[in-house]
Design a protein around this ligand. Structure first.
Ligand SMILES: Nc1ncnc2c1ncn2[C@@H]1O[C@H](COP(=O)(O)OP(=O)(O)OP(=O)(O)O)[C@@H](O)[C@H]1O
Length: 585
């Protein structure tokens, strides 16, 4: 390559008056092809004052600091606009009773007599008001979409997203059962018609027509081929939803089965291939996907597929099994229902790609932790804990237990057992912390993936029933009023000595130390207090963990233990957001 001979010559262009134009220095190429450095003057030395000023630490104005969002660093949740939330609020405000839904009468009845038996002043929750009419296809826009999709023979897709403990299970289960019963009635009609025709034909062609027809001993047509499948991430959740479904089947009359790794192969086979058939199957994705490998027919008749806890079931660890089931069920599928308490951005973009037409049913309070749940912050670095998180945790539990005991003294001698959930980030910490708490006289058990299935469900059972459990009057030793002459602060009564047989015991309190395993979907109605031993990694974890308390209109209290290496700014923002009743980002 050779340079043009004109490179160093001034441009030959001229102004309109004919004066030659000089080289333009104020352009992207103005500094090129110069013969000498065009430094106009030596840079001036800075004065001492200027040097001192620039070395001073800049203090950001207060206003700027306020707008800094620590949570943006953790931002993982899809945004839902406040306009959208408000219009949903208005839309659902007219529905006040389950009787307003066009559900089959037997299903409405079973809500009062079975699913929510014993509850006073029953009314549907926001997610139920929003989702049930749409899933029934009884809503103008839904109906229009449905008919257009039906023309295209496509399955309808829905995303139900609502805050934790807001009754999402019934919101999808009732419409699914309604569809099953209606389909069953149509099938029965067709079957009767077919039988009548066959009988007619037999009579006309067979001269032994008056002989009794041969009874077939073929299995029920729904044996091993359910109409609806509900997928859940853990066997505890399978049991929880399975129990509710079974309860409804007492009056609605349908056949349901739950399968998970908690059951033996024989039990699973018997349930799936019961000669009486199966309508609703509740399972974990891994198990069902592997069964469908050997028996693809299992998914050949599914018209309704529910993916509960969709944010988990469509993440990396579950997605292969979940999508295998989805792909195999798609040919017969009429409705796909995804359900979640949070819409992480990853789920949001997955849905936009794979299901661009999905109908999003989002409640006005999605991603907000209800204001009836209060959050207290325990600074582990301060006195008396001096960085000892275990001690801070034990002390917090003792305070809760003692406060309950004090209330008991004015309550005629009976009190509920306090059930406290402690969440940690690491699996190993569950056992260590549970041992430590036990050594401090607290009834604590660990829960993680390594806990045997049987033990997991036994442990969780104590936390999911809201029944009052009266305890005997607790010993005088524990009921020490804080202001009494014998009062010593708790941190002094709990030494940090190595674990040994505890001298004191907190009798009215049960504690479960859990990883994230216990934070998803488990209906811990009995839990009033949640302790976040570790600051959760993301707002999603905050929502699910704190969502184990304050369920279905109840009050709850969360405590977060903040140590030296924890993100205090994140905690501050969550607390502020909760106080204002805002959605977390
Ligand atoms: N309309 C209602 N009125 C009163 N209680 C209800 C109503 N609907 C459901 N419940 C109760 O609310 C509790 C929570 O319901 P559910 O487990 O379905 O919540 P969820 O929204 O799925 O929670 P999560 O997001 O944590 O899984 C259950 O005990 C259920 O019986």
């Amino acid at each position: 390559m050779t340079l043009s001979p004109n490179v160093s010559r001034p441009p030959t262009r001229t102004t309109p008056s004919g004066r030659p134009l000089g080289r333009r220095t104020n352009s992207p190429f103005g500094g090129m092809n110069l013969k000498y450095a065009d430094v106009r003057q030596e840079p001036r030395n800075r004065s001492q004052v200027e040097v001192w000023r620039s070395s001073r630490k800049k203090v950001r104005p207060q206003k700027e600091r306020e707008t800094f969002h620590a949570l943006k660093m953790h931002r993982a949740l899809a945004l839902v606009s406040y306009g959208e939330r408000n219009s949903t609020k208005v839309k659902i405000s007219d529905t006040n009773s389950f009787d307003d839904f066009p559900l089959l009468p037997i299903i409405k009845e079973s809500v009062y007599s079975e699913a929510l038996a014993g509850l006073q002043d029953l009314a549907p929750t926001p997610v139920q008001r929003l989702a049930i009419p749409v899933l029934l296809g009884n809503e103008s826009r839904g109906a229009r979409r449905r008919s257009s999709m039906a023309e295209k023979k496509e399955m309808e897709q829905f995303l139900l997203a609502a805050e934790t403990g807001s009754g999402k299970t019934l919101a999808y289960l009732l419409p699914v059962l309604d569809a099953i019963k209606r389909a069953e009635a149509i099938d029965a009609e067709l079957e009767a018609k077919k039988k009548a025709e066959e009988e007619e034909e037999r009579k006309s062609t067979n001269f032994h027509a008056l002989e009794a027809p041969v009874l077939s001993d073929a299995p029920h047509p729904t044996t091993g081929r359910p109409r609806a499948v509900i997928l859940l991430p853990t066997s505890e959740l399978v049991t929880q939803v399975g129990r509710l479904t079974k309860t409804l089947s007492h009056t609605v009359r349908f056949r349901s089965a739950m399968i998970s790794s908690a059951y033996t192969g024989k039990v699973i086979r018997n349930r799936l291939f019961a000669p009486t058939g199966i309508d609703v199957l509740i399972s974990t994705p891994h198990l069902l996907a592997s069964i469908s490998e050997s028996d693809p027919n299992i998914l050949s008749r599914v018209t309704h597929l529910v993916i509960d806890e969709a944010d988990s079931l469509l993440d990396r660890s579950f997605a292969p099994s979940t999508t295998t089931i989805l792909d195999k069920a798609t040919p017969s599928l009429k409705k796909l229902i995804l359900c979640s308490a949070t819409i992480p951005r990853s789920l949001d973009s997955y849905l936009r790609q794979r299901f661009p037409d999905i109908r999003r049913l989002v409640t006005p309070n999605l991603h907000a932790i209800p204001r009836r749940v209060q959050l207290g912050v325990v600074d582990v670095e301060k006195e008396p804990y001096r960085g000892n998180k275990n001690l801070a945790c034990a002390d917090t539990i003792w305070s809760i237990g003692k406060a309950a005991a004090e209330n008991r003294t004015g309550d005629g001698g009976n009190t509920d057992v306090q059930r406290i959930l402690v969440f940690v980030n690491e699996r190993e910490t569950t056992q260590e912390l549970a041992d430590y708490l036990t050594s401090k006289g607290i009834d604590a058990a660990p829960l993680n993936r390594d806990t045997p299935e049987q033990r997991q469900s036994e442990t969780l059972n104590a936390f999911t029933t809201a029944n009052k459990e009266s305890v005997e009057v607790i010993s005088e030793e524990i009921v020490v009023p804080p202001s009494g002459p014998n009062y010593r602060p708790l941190h002094q009564t709990i030494s940090d000595a190595p674990p040994e047989r505890p001298k004191r015991h907190l009798p009215n309190t049960k504690v479960l130390v859990s990883t994230d395993l216990g934070s998803r979907g488990i209906d811990t109605l009995a839990v009033r207090h949640v302790i976040l031993y570790d600051v959760p990694h993301s707002t999603i974890d905050f929502i699910h963990r704190l969502g184990r308390t304050g369920r279905m209109g109840r009050r709850g209290r969360g405590y977060v233990l903040v140590g030296k290496n924890d993100r205090r700014d994140v905690v501050r923002e969550v607390k502020e957001g909760m106080f204002k009743g805002q959605a977390l980002i």
